[in-house]
Design a protein around this ligand. Structure first.
Ligand SMILES: Cc1cc2nc3c(=O)[nH]c(=O)nc-3n(C[C@H](O)[C@H](O)[C@H](O)COP(=O)(O)O)c2cc1C
Length: 182
């Protein structure tokens, strides 16, 4: 038997977007606890490829400007959306991955980093905090701003914010039996 609480937590995990954030700030101590959970993800050969860059307060403005400046053709509506979303968001966690080329294949390190993101996501279940993983194309253009070296990569941003009331949302999955053979 598994603990039903585990299933409840896993099945309650959901994406919540900046439009539902109230703009209030999450305490850094809470962010640190979430990151501690992220750091408990598994990785093959314990390469622990994940690392994080946190953007809050004025650093969100620097990030927004970097996104806009590295996309010279970005429209006015794109710029407006970025600033609006960032204002609603308390902290953006930039999800980064360091490759250990000679030790394990890339997919295993993307998988391990994704598991650290899942830990972030599960950490906020049943709390006043909402969030989601955003993987925009422009993340590829930010290496210089993020000071990433050639063996490092940005895998998007995890947006975190405080939510007054979670919108009702039921994104159902296809039946697991159709995805399983015994
Ligand atoms: C690897 C990955 C990348 C994602 N990238 C985006 C994204 O760029 N934009 C977005 O709106 N949602 C993104 N999402 C969130 C998914 O849209 C969301 O998880 C999915 O709709 C299921 O909703 P749920 O998380 O509430 O169960 C991403 C999720 C994953 C796992």
């Amino acid at each position: 038997m598994i603990n039903k609480l585990n299933s409840k937590i896993i099945q309650s995990r959901r994406s919540t977007y900046p439009r539902d954030f109230n703009g209030n700030r999450i305490k850094d101590s809470v962010i640190k606890e979430i990151l501690e959970n992220a750091n408990h993800a598994p990785s093959h050969r314990m390469t622990q490829p994940w690392f994080f860059k946190i953007f809050c307060d004025h650093k969100k403005i620097s990030l927004a400007n970097a996104i806009i400046n590295t996309n010279p053709h970005s429209s006015e509506s794109f710029k407006k959306k970025i600033f609006e979303n960032f204002e609603q968001t308390s902290h953006l966690i930039c999800i980064c991955m360091k490759r250990h080329k000679t030790i394990v294949p890339e997919w295993e390190e993307i998988a391990a980093t994704s598991m650290s993101v899942q830990n972030i996501w599960l950490s906020i279940v049943n709390s006043e905090i909402g969030g989601y993983w955003s993987t925009p194309k422009y993340a590829e253009n930010l290496n210089e701003f993020l000071k990433l070296s050639t063996d490092e990569r940005c895998l998007g941003f995890f947006y975190l914010g405080i939510v007054n009331s979670f919108s009702i949302r039921d994104i159902s999955r296809n039946n697991v039996n159709d995805k399983t053979t015994w």
